[in-house]
Write a protein that binds this ligand. Structure first.
Ligand code: SF4
Length: 476
């Protein structure tokens, strides 16, 4: 081992006792965690146990447990059992907690019981970012991503899956019964073991069928006709062509520094109803009067875009390509120009499509327009296979048209969206690895995601203004 750097001998006594503080440099992120938590008003945030009980065994202060969790998520140690181990051997954690070593149950219960307060802590850091002027562009990108739940796919049931399973069991029972009949007709000595085995199998399938019938009763009672046995709040949802049982995490990310301004965990698989609520959360977090939000086609929904418009939020959401006419090579609706003063459309042949009637479709007040000249039109084959080409217009269509004009004027918005949202979700998924959420139910999962988001934002801000800069900002 000569000509290599040599370590100390394990038996060597240290002559001068070193303090834990000597092991933690002035710019160590663990100091940020310490100062950040010390500056929080944990009682106002709603943490349990801020005021100690008069009697009984003294408990850990919530600040200690919160520091352990924030440190853990910053260092990709999310499990309570691993955090317990780290508290016993990790010098930074010893420094942070004053060598307190709570057991894993205490650590896990803290996260479970303080979900709402932990979400508040995450919001507090966003407030600090806002005070530091990190959201100056007033533009956020909204996106959602699916994260796996504890629930295995086999323990989640939809009506179709349940029906399929029941049919499979029924056909197996019929097959075994037929085999049992055949076995009965054979010589008794030879068939006896076979018959017993088949009867056992049939009995087992009947038990499974009873279990499925119980699940069917639960499924009929559930509003979205889905049952998850391990995590009752987890839902089966599609992601990139594959189904997972999990949660849909929505984020609003600022386009300047890629900080997560607002987030929400839902168990609704679709993004269509999320735009206005996320935009409003983001605007509240940024503390601005106006806000622009950009999102992908999955968020396009007239009512949601109107809600943003009414809240003085400018939305940028491209329209999904769902036109049958365009797919069939006929004129798209874009080829018809609306004249608001006359309340009529002009078609590619230059004819006027006048207002005919209004109706309510899926809760939306729609106006219908057509021209009487279609029968004699030379462009009819390129326009419609029906008697007349009918154009429908939502009563608030002008809001959607304004948004399309903004998108045409600023085509770079979609590129901004892409490069903004990929960063946080890519990082969060990498941190969580191939695993799933560790907790069950929406409450626990929300707390977990808040800790992940807080860790992500802390790391980003430390990267942007440096650990010293952040420490100074928090102490100010
Ligand atoms: S078919 Fe009717 S709506 Fe279409 S271009 Fe001809 S006149 Fe216009």
């Amino acid at each position: 081992m000569k000509r290599f750097i040599q370590g100390e001998h394990r038996g060597q006594s240290t002559l001068l006792p070193e303090s834990l503080d000597d092991y933690v440099s002035e710019t160590n992120p663990v100091r940020v965690v310490d100062v950040f938590v010390d500056e929080l008003d944990l009682a106002t945030l709603g943490f349990d146990g801020v005021i100690p009980a008069e009697t009984g065994r003294p408990a850990y202060h919530p600040a200690i447990l919160l520091k352990i969790y924030i440190y853990g998520y910053l260092n990709r140690i999310q499990s309570s059992r691993r955090l317990e181990r780290e508290a016993q051997r990790n010098v930074e954690l010893m420094w942070l907690t004053g060598r307190l070593m709570p057991d894993f149950k205490t650590i896990a219960n803290f996260r479970k019981d303080n979900s709402k307060a932990i979400r508040g802590v995450c919001r507090q850091f966003v407030v600090l970012c806002q005070q530091l002027g990190l959201f100056s562009e007033n533009l956020v990108a909204i996106d959602g991503s699916k994260f796996k739940a504890v629930n295995n796919r086999d323990r989640n049931f939809t009506s179709a899956k349940l029906k399929r399973r029941m049919e499979e069991i029924e056909s197996s029972i019929s097959r075994y019964l037929a085999a049992l009949d055949a076995a009965d007709r054979q010589v008794p000595t030879a068939s006896e073991p076979d018959a017993t085995r088949l009867a056992e199998k049939i009995e087992k399938l009947k038990t499974q069928m009873k279990e499925l019938q119980l699940i069917e009763a639960q499924l009929n009672d559930s509003p979205d006709k889905q049952v998850s046995l391990t995590d009752p709040d987890a839902r089966s949802m599609m992601t990139r062509g594959n189904g997972i049982v999990g949660y849909n995490v929505q984020t609003a990310v600022d386009t300047q520094h890629h900080l997560i301004v607002a987030h929400e965990v839902t168990n609704v698989g679709s993004d269509r109803d999320q735009l206005s609520s996320m935009a409003k959360l983001a605007r509240e977090a940024i503390g601005s009067e106006t806000l622009s939000v950009v999102a992908d086609r999955g968020y396009f929904k007239g009512e949601e875009i109107l809600a943003c418009h009414n809240a003085n939020i400018s939305a940028y959401v491209p329209k999904p390509m769902t036109s049958n006419a365009k797919a069939d090579g006929r004129f798209n609706k874009d080829a018809f120009v609306y004249d608001a003063t006359k309340n009529e459309y002009t078609c590619p042949a230059g004819e006027a499509l006048i207002w005919r009637f209004s109706s309510v479709e899926k809760g939306m007040n729609m106006h219908c327009y057509w021209s009487s000249k279609c029968q004699s039109c030379t462009l009819k084959t390129q326009c419609t296979p029906s008697t007349n080409r009918r154009v429908r217009r939502w009563e608030h269509e002008a809001v959607l048209e304004d948004m399309q004009r903004r998108l045409n004027h600023e085509p770079e918005m979609m590129r901004v969206r892409k490069r903004t949202v990929e960063h946080p979700f890519g990082t969060l998924k990498q941190w969580m690895g191939a695993t799933h959420f560790l907790t069950r139910k929406l409450n626990g999962v929300s707390a977990e995601m808040s800790l992940n988001v807080l860790a992500y934002n802390l790391k980003r801000v430390m990267k942007i203004i440096g650990t010293e800069g952040l420490l100074k900002a928090m102490a100010a």
